[in-house]
Each structure stands twice: as structure tokens, then as C-alpha cells.
Design a protein around this ligand. Structure first.
Ligand SMILES: NC(=O)C1=CN([C@@H]2O[C@H](COP(=O)(O)OP(=O)(O)OC[C@H]3O[C@@H](n4cnc5c(N)ncnc54)[C@H](O)[C@@H]3O)[C@@H](O)[C@H]2O)[C@@H](O)CC1
Ligand SMILES: [K+]
Length: 514
């Protein structure tokens, strides 16, 4: 296949958040999470049979999350392999997948299942812990938060006190999957069977005495899931709001664009940003464009710049204005006449805010691009050539390599638009597959710029901001086209943004009302 080799470093460890993202994106690619859980549990059972061939009696201790779900699957497989299996559940699972596997075990009359939701109920099962030849720890995995609560802490004590070797599912319970820290106590496993890639904490200095031997098992996550943009990527963006929030807390975007000839472009950027969940989107535009923007919509605030186009005398004003904003988006509708390219160069070099560079601003900076950890370029193929001097290659794999290389050279994020959008920060690559040929209509790129700028206020990771922006832009286009066919405009996309974002983003209110 086309991309795994160049992009995925197979020996890389993974954080619990990255694992969450990959798992959701595998589902987006059509691999159901229930299948991943089945593969995980089956891999644990296989390892138990393979590593402990003399074992006849297996105790599986299951938490209430998906780690417990893996445990129930393992129990079913071990039972099928002819072993004597007992299962202790620390309560009934709440989530759908673990619940389904719990129910499947409950129906097996050959498996003894007990629920113990309190330390006392667990202690009553102490002889089960002493009875086992092998104990499977499926209490907590990557979803652990904070110090162990009860009955989980007692379950860990009982497992550690039992003489049988312990096999940890994904992570020894009690061990932090990201840091390897143990707050209070953790299961001391003889063997840890972890899934897809080693979780970072498992490789930490002090973790070894808890992890024991480490086995990494594939569970059917395709390499594409590592690079595709999908619903999982929303986990990198924070859409939550505090109950006592005030105007401006959720992002302020300044759009520098427009000219006598082009007044629509900066409006698309600003309106898309507003629909993406920022509080303020202000346009700084040459007078005719500023006037048109104000007349068009009461949602838009426009600061006029004297004259028909951006020129050097506006630079100080724009830089002063930028101080009040979280992100500056520059380019759409500026044109390349007169002093505009020089003004763009000045602003890009001196602005101290996260920056999205699009359209004519990319061309203006072509040959001497400005880099920075919070700078994003959003070129199409032609603009990519203006930026780098080279045509983007046609094949996806080569494209991904080229974008990564140039992002690294410039020291910024590049989002190259196309049939598949390719984004990189010089290290990681993300590929977006949403979108439709109906989106060739003018303005859809401006919408993407607005989305990118808005999402940069929701994360410190500009690659993810750009990637999720491309994903939302493409889906908004697909949904507009589903209704209107090849007759959509950029405004139709903007209208679709809220419903697309709400489908995937968590929009919690995070603090109690005052
Ligand atoms: N992400 C993936 O791709 C896959 C994940 N799988 C399994 O799913 C696991 C993650 O599942 P979840 O996200 O449901 O998380 P976990 O099952 O690790 O833990 C979540 C549960 O533990 C409770 N809990 C959290 N912290 C606690 C604490 N300190 N004391 C007591 N209880 C605590 C929560 O209330 C919740 O019920 C992985 O470790 C792995 O075993 C597998 O099914 C395969 C696929
Ligand atoms: K575990």
C-alpha cells in the first residue's frame, strides 16, 4: 500500500491519547472497534496458552471499562480452548462494547462469573485468587485517571498477593500508561500484552518491575489509521466552555485580506471562523472590501485600511491590531499588485501571533517563506509551487514526502489542498480524504482558512488544527453537495460547519455555574 513505510515509525511508542485517536480513526476507515476488542482479547488468550502451557485454571479480573471488555473476550477464548475459567467483574460494564462481551460471557454456563463492586465482596472471593494458575489483569488500561479507587485498589492487592503469575492486559493496572508512574500500587505482571504499539509508560525506567515481559500484539489497526484525519483527531481540540466564560475567551481571529477587486474572500474566512466556534472574527481590509463586508453581514466587523489595496503604510496599523487577536489569517483576496507583496512580507515577518498564510500571501512569501511553530500555509498545488519552487508530486506517497520535507525546511505546517489534502509539520503527516469535486467552486479555500484559524484557537498543535479543518471543510462540502449537487457555493459550506463539528466534538461546559 501507499503510505505506511514513509510515515509510520513502527518502533515508536504511543501515548494513550494517540491510541484513542488511532482507534477512532480505524473505525472511520471501516474497522469496527468491536473487532479491535475481539482481536485484543484473543491475543491475550493466545499468549496465556502459549506462555503458560501447563496452566489449567485461569482467573480473569475485569474492570468496568474497555480494558475489562478485553478481559471478557479473553475469558471466552480461554474457555473455548478448554481451560477452566473464572471471571470477577468489578461491576457491570457501562460502555456498549465491553457490555456486549460481558453479556456474552454471562451466557456461558461453563464459565463462573461473579460481580464484586466493593472491597468486601472481593475479599469474599479471595479463594478464587488462590485457586488460579494464571491471573489476567483486565482492570484498568489506558483509561485510568488519578489514584486507584475502590474496589480496584483491593483487586490489585489480591492479584499481587496471589502466587499465580499475572498477565496484564494492555497496561498493568495502577501504572500510568503515559509516564510509567505508580502512585500507590500497581499489578506486578509476569507478562504484559499491549496492543498495536507499546504505550509510552510501559517503556519508562521504573516500569519494568510491573510490566514484566512485554509483548506487542497487532489488533487489526491498519497503518492508514495512523495518518488519516478522522473523528479521533477532534480529541486534540478543546471545544469546552466554562460556565463563567466571557466574550473573547474562545478565540479571536484577525483576517487580513481583500482588495478593490476581491471583497468576498475575507468574508468567507471570517464567517467560517465564526461558525467554527470563535468569539470574534475581524477583517482588516482595504476600504472598498471593508465596506462591502460590513454591508454584507452584521456578523462581520471590518477595520478599513485606506486605499484600494494593502500597502506598506498599513503595516504598523495591522501589527498593532494583531496584538488583540489569538490568530491572524492573511492572504485571501489581497492580490499581488503594487506594494501588497512587500506589505505581506513585513507583516508575516514581524507579527507575533499564530499565523495562517493563504492564497496571494503564499505567493508573496514565495522564495522567502516565514517559518515558526505556529505558522500554517494552506496552498493548493499552484501555490505550493510558488512557495517551494517545485510542483507537488502526483502520487500520494510522494506528495506526503514532499510536504513533509518542505514543512521541515520552512519550519512551519503546510496543508497542501487536493483530492486528498496532505498536511505536515515536518515530522508527522496527516491525510484528509473528505471532500467532493463539487468543491471546486470559488471560496472553499477561504472557508478552509477560516476553519484553520479558528481551530488554532482550540489547540496548541497547528498540524491538528489544519488537519481537522480540512476534514470539516470536506465533510461540509460533501453534505452541501448531497443536497444541492454541483450547485453549491462556499456559503453553503459555511452553513454546514456547525452540524459537522457538533457530530464529533465534545462541547462540554466545564465548571459549575457560579
Ligand atoms: N484504544 C483502542 O484502540 C483499544 C482499546 N482497547 C482496550 O480499552 C482500554 C481502554 O479502555 P477505556 O478507555 O474504557 O479505559 P479503561 O478500561 O482503562 O478504564 C476506564 C474505566 O476505569 C475507571 N477508572 C478510571 N480511573 C480509575 C481509577 N483511578 N480507579 C478506579 N477506576 C478508574 C473508569 O471509571 C472507567 O470505568 C485499553 O487499555 C485496551 O485494553 C481494546 O479493546 C482494543 C482497542
Ligand atoms: K490492565
Amino acid at each position: 500500500m501507499f503510505l505506511s513505510v514513509c510515515i509510520v515509525d513502527d518502533m515508536e511508542a504511543i501515548s494513550s491519547l494517540e491510541m484513542y485517536v488511532v482507534d477512532r480513526n480505524a473505525e472511520w476507515l471501516g474497522v469496527p472497534r468491536l473487532v479491535l476488542m475481539e482481536n485484543a482479547g484473543a491475543a491475550v488468550a493466545r499468549n496465556v496458552v502459549g506462555r503458560f502451557p501447563g496452566a489449567r485454571r485461569v482467573l480473569v479480573v475485569c474492570g468496568t471499562g474497555d480494558n475489562g471488555g478485553d478481559g471478557y473476550v479473553a475469558a471466552r477464548h480461554l474457555h473455548g480452548a478448554g481451560l477452566w475459567v473464572r471471571v470477577v467483574g468489578l461491576g457491570e460494564p457501562r460502555e456498549e462494547l465491553a457490555r456486549a462481551n460481558f453479556e456474552a460471557v454471562r451466557r456461558l454456563w461453563g464459565v463462573e462469573l461473579a460481580l464484586a463492586a466493593t472491597p468486601l465482596e472481593l475479599l469474599a472471593l479471595q479463594d478464587w485468587f488462590l485457586w488460579a494458575d494464571v491471573i489476567i489483569d483486565a482492570v484498568l488500561g489506558t483509561g485510568v485517571r488519578g489514584a486507584l479507587r475502590e474496589p480496584h485498589a483491593t483487586a490489585v492487592d489480591l492479584m499481587n498477593a496471589a502466587p499465580a503469575p499475572k498477565v496484564a492486559v494492555d497496561v498493568p493496572s495502577g501504572l500510568d500508561p503515559d509516564t510509567g508512574e505508580v502512585r500507590d500500587k500497581a499489578v506486578r505482571a509476569a507478562l504484559t500484552v499491549t496492543f498495536h504499539k507499546p504505550k509510552r509508560g510501559l517503556l519508562a525506567e521504573g516500569a519494568r518491575r510491573y510490566v514484566g515481559e512485554l509483548v506487542v500484539e497487532p489488533i487489526g489497526i491498519p497503518p492508514e489509521a495512523e495518518v488519516v484525519v478522522g473523528p479521533g483527531d477532534f480529541a486534540y481540540l478543546d471545544f469546552s466552555r466554562r460556565a463563567d466564560a466571557k466574550k473573547g475567551d474562545h478565540g479571536r481571529v484577525l483576517v487580513v485580506g481583500g482588495s478593490l477587486e476581491y471583497s468576498g474572500a475575507p468574508m468567507y474566512v471570517a464567517l467560517a471562523a465564526l461558525r467554527s466556534g470563535v468569539d470574534l472574527a475581524v477583517i482588516a481590509a482595504p476600504e472598498p472590501a471593508a465596506q462591502a463586508a460590513k454591508a454584507y453581514s452584521p456578523d462581520i466587523i471590518a477595520v478599513p485600511l485606506e486605499g484600494p489595496r494593502l500597502s506598506l503604510r498599513h503595516v504598523e496599523k495591522v501589527l498593532r491590531l494583531a496584538e488583540k487577536f489569538d490568530v491572524v489569517a492573511i492572504g485571501p483576496g489581497l492580490g499581488l499588485e503594487g506594494e501588497t507583496p512587500d506589505a505581506v512580507k513585513e507583516i508575516a515577518a514581524r507579527v507575533k501571533k499564530p499565523l495562517v498564510v493563504d492564497a496571494d500571501a503564499i505567493k508573496a512569501l514565495g522564495g522567502s517563506p516565514v517559518g515558526g511553530p505556529q505558522v500554517v500555509y494552506t496552498p493548493h498545488a499552484g501555490e505550493f509551487k510558488a512557495l517551494t519552487g517545485v510542483e507537488p508530486p502526483r502520487g500520494l506517497r510522494e506528495r506526503a514526502e514532499a510536504v513533509r520535507e518542505w514543512a521541515g525546511r520552512i519550519g512551519a505546517v503546510i496543508l497542501l489542498k487536493g483530492r486528498y489534502d496532505v498536511a505536515s509539520d515536518g515530522r508527522r503527516v496527516k491525510i484528509n480524504t473528505t471532500g467532493t469535486p463539487a468543491m471546486t467552486v470559488g471560496g472553499t479555500g477561504d472557508v478552509l482558512t477560516g476553519l484553520t484559524a479558528a481551530f488554532m484557537t482550540k489547540t496548541r498543535d497547528p498540524l491538528e488544527a489544519a488537519a481537522v479543518a480540512a476534514f470539516v471543510n470536506g465533510l461540509a462540502g460533501e453534505e452541501a453537495a448531497a443536497q444541492l449537487g454541483f450547485h453549491i457555493t462556499a456559503s453553503d459550506l459555511i452553513e454546514k460547519i456547525p452540524s459537522v463539528v457538533r457530530r464529533y466534538a465534545r462541547e462540554d461546559i466545564t465548571s459549575p455555574r457560579p
